[in-house]
Each structure stands twice: as structure tokens, then as C-alpha cells.
Design a protein around this ligand. Structure first.
Ligand code: HEC
Length: 355
């Protein structure tokens, strides 16, 4: 009895909270549609991601506009410098969407109020090297001092491999060190490397495919805006299917232009119409750089297995692609490609005409 009396008010209070959340959920998307615009928080000076300069908006701004368009509204930007408590305006309701967040359990555990959408690209890393430094692969970095922003994923990666690091405060500064000849190479986020190296013939970019250097990126909304979260997910899938997000990512050097195999790239996780079509697009963004266009012989490195008409069986294929092969360039795609997506690649490769 005592117990019941004690928990009674607590249960009622909980129900009250739940009902309040329920109402807020429905308010989320409806309120946005009624007011006719989606409020997007973004950093005004963070190219290539975002900028308040309409001439160079950045890819996150361009993508946010498309997402808003899919919701039937326009995007209005709320500019906040993101190095101080970047997510606070979203949490406090000053905006509805924040692009460019890692889809990572530890990250969302640290921000339980936050929901991160399906990924629209995978953040990768690239070496930026002086064109005359004789650096073509990661292995060429040993014995050299590599410029790096401190405490990031790349810093840990180099440290784990015993590569000497020159620590800089920002990626821009690490890049500048390469241009100035202070360091033969830097390890940067791929979009940053591609952006900073625009039109600079003295440096070259070498994308590095390794699971320790990759993480999927989605858009953040408040978890309680559940209908908005679902609508954003659906928008991202549609933008992928119609190729409109790839068009933007390609312009910023994040995925290869058709035919260009050694360009900076990232994996695009989209659902295409048929598994074979999906497989084709996943293969060309995630695998062809090493395994050759359409899995034909002659991929980079020569010793790379030919995957066209792969006949090792479904199970083995999925296992290798998900887990990778230890101590080879074949990194695992777990957390990047689902089993379904991996099977789509398998179907695509086995459906190709014999060569
Ligand atoms: C960075 C280069 C690179 C990328 C990107 C890459 N691979 Fe590989 N892959 C390799 C290398 C190197 C091997 C050989 C590893 C070894 O020595 O066993 C390999 C081996 C394989 C094998 C084993 C083939 C066999 O018969 O033994 C499969 C299957 C495979 N890759 C599938 C894929 C798929 C699918 C993708 C894209 C999702 C992909 N790889 C992306 C470099 C790469």
C-alpha cells in the first residue's frame, strides 16, 4: 500500500512526460511544414562543410537545402560558430537539424537526446603529400614526420603504427606545413584535404581506405522529434536514389567523378532500385578504386584479386568484405556496408557478363 502510494505519483508523472513527448513529436514535422521552413544550425566559416557566404555554401549547406526540399519546405540557416558547444542550439530548440554528425554509438550515448540519421557519406582520410616527396602509399610514410591535427582519429592511427607525428592545432595548419615544406606529408580528413588542395599542383592527395580511419556521417535531430527523424531518413534515401546527393559530394571531391579512379572518394550508402543496381553503385564508390572498374583485372597494385564473376561463394564473400583480410589493404567494411548491401555487390559482380 505504502509502496503503491509512493510509486503512484511517479507513474502518473512519467505518463505525463510521455504524453508531453507524444505531443511534441507530432508538433515537430507539422510545425515545420506549417511555418514553411526547416531551421538548420550550421557553422558560418567551416568550408568545405558550411559557410554563410552564398557564393561558397559548402556541401552540408547544399545537402541541407535538398533535405528541406524533400520535406516540402525551405532551409533557413541559424549560424553558430561550432567550436563552442556546437550541439546546444539543436538541443535547446533553436533549430531542427544539424548536418554532419558521426553515426556512432559512443557519440549518441554521450548525447542521449540526439538522433543521427542514416549516413549520407562516410568520412574518410587522405594523405596530402608534396608532389615531389615520393609518397604514394601509407607505407611510404614510415621514417617521415607526418603533420596531423592532435588527438584525432588520424593521430591515433599514426601513433599505433609508430609513425612520427608533427602535431598541429588544426587541419588547416597541418596542410599549410606541407605546402611550406615543413613536413613532407599530412594526414587529413578527405573532404578537408580535397578542399585545401584545390588548384595546388605542388601537392597530391592519396585517399586511404581503412576502417580505423572511416566513420559514417548523418544529420542530427532531437530524438523526440521522431517523425522529423523519419522524414529526414527518407529524404536522405531519396536524394541518394536520384543521385542528387552524389552530385554535390562529387563537386566537393568526396566521391569520384565517373571514370576517374584515383580521385578522393567515400562510400555512399544508398538504396538503389534493384540489388544489382545498388551493387553497381556501391562497388564503384567503395571497391573499384582497388579492384578495378566493374571488377575487371588491372586494379591498382596488380596483385589485387579479380572480382568480376567472383566464384568463391556468397558466405566467403560476405565474410571477407565485412571483416577484411588482416595485414592487407583489404580493410573490413563492417559498420559501413550492411550484409544486404554486401550481398548486393556480390549479386552485381556475379551478374556481370564473362570477360
Ligand atoms: C584499398 C584497396 C581495397 C579496397 C578499397 C577494397 N579491396 Fe578487396 N582486396 C584488396 C586486396 C589487396 C585484397 C587481397 C587481400 C589478400 O591478400 O588476401 C582484396 C581481397 C578481396 C577479396 C578476396 C578475393 C579472393 O578471392 O581472395 C574480396 C571478396 C574483396 N576484396 C572484396 C572487396 C569489396 C566488395 C570491396 C568494396 C566493398 C573491396 N574489396 C574494397 C584491396 C581492396
Amino acid at each position: 500500500m505504502t509502496l503503491l502510494r509512493l510509486i503512484g505519483p511517479a507513474v502518473i508523472a512519467l505518463l505525463g512526460v510521455a504524453a508531453g513527448l507524444e505531443a511534441a513529436q507530432h508538433e515537430g514535422l507539422r510545425a515545420i511544414r506549417e511555418r514553411g521552413y526547416l531551421r538548420v544550425c550550421a557553422d558560418p566559416q567551416n568550408l568545405p562543410f558550411s559557410s554563410s557566404n552564398p557564393a561558397t555554401p559548402g556541401f552540408e549547406v547544399e545537402l541541407a537545402r535538398l533535405v528541406a526540399g524533400e520535406l516540402g519546405v525551405e532551409a533557413r540557416f541559424q549560424w553558430n560558430l561550432t567550436y563552442v558547444r556546437p550541439l546546444r542550439p539543436l538541443r535547446d530548440g533553436a533549430c531542427d537539424l544539424f548536418m554532419g554528425l558521426p553515426r556512432d554509438e559512443r557519440f549518441t550515448e554521450g548525447n542521449p537526446w540526439l538522433a543521427v540519421s542514416r549516413p549520407y557519406y562516410v568520412m574518410g582520410h587522405a594523405i596530402v603529400a608534396r608532389a615531389d616527396a615520393g609518397i604514394a602509399t601509407l607505407a611510404d610514410l614510415s621514417g617521415k614526420r607526418v603533420a596531423i591535427e592532435g588527438a584525432g582519429m588520424g593521430d591515433l592511427y599514426l601513433n599505433d603504427r609508430g609513425i612520427e607525428r608533427g602535431i598541429y592545432r588544426t587541419q588547416d595548419k597541418a596542410f599549410a606545413a606541407v605546402v611550406a615544406g615543413e613536413a613532407p606529408a599530412a594526414l587529413l580528413w578527405l573532404p578537408v584535404a580535397a578542399w585545401l588542395a584545390r588548384g595546388k599542383s605542388e601537392v597530391k592527395i592519396i585517399p586511404i581506405a581503412h576502417q580505423d580511419l572511416e566513420f559514417p556521417i548523418g544529420a542530427g535531430v532531437r530524438r523526440r522529434d521522431r517523425d522529423l527523424a523519419q522524414a529526414v531518413d527518407a529524404a536522405i534515401v531519396r536524394l541518394g536514389e536520384t543521385g542528387r546527393s552524389q552530385e554535390i559530394l562529387r563537386r566537393y571531391g568526396l566521391i569520384p567523378t565517373p571514370g576517374a579512379r584515383r580521385r578522393p572518394d567515400g562510400v555512399i550508402l544508398v538504396q538503389a532500385q534493384s540489388p544489382v543496381e545498388l551493387g553497381r553503385s556501391l562497388f564503384s564508390t567503395a571497391c573499384s578504386r582497388c579492384h578495378g572498374a566493374e571488377g575487371a583485372p588491372g586494379g591498382t597494385g596488380g596483385a589485387i584479386p579479380v572480382l568480376r564473376n567472383y566464384d568463391g561463394g556468397k558466405e566467403k564473400f560476405v565474410r571477407i568484405v565485412q571483416n577484411g583480410r588482416k595485414n592487407t589493404a583489404m580493410a573490413g567494411f563492417k559498420g559501413i556496408l550492411t550484409t544486404e548491401e554486401t550481398l548486393a555487390i556480390y549479386q552485381y559482380l556475379t551478374a556481370l557478363g564473362k570477360q
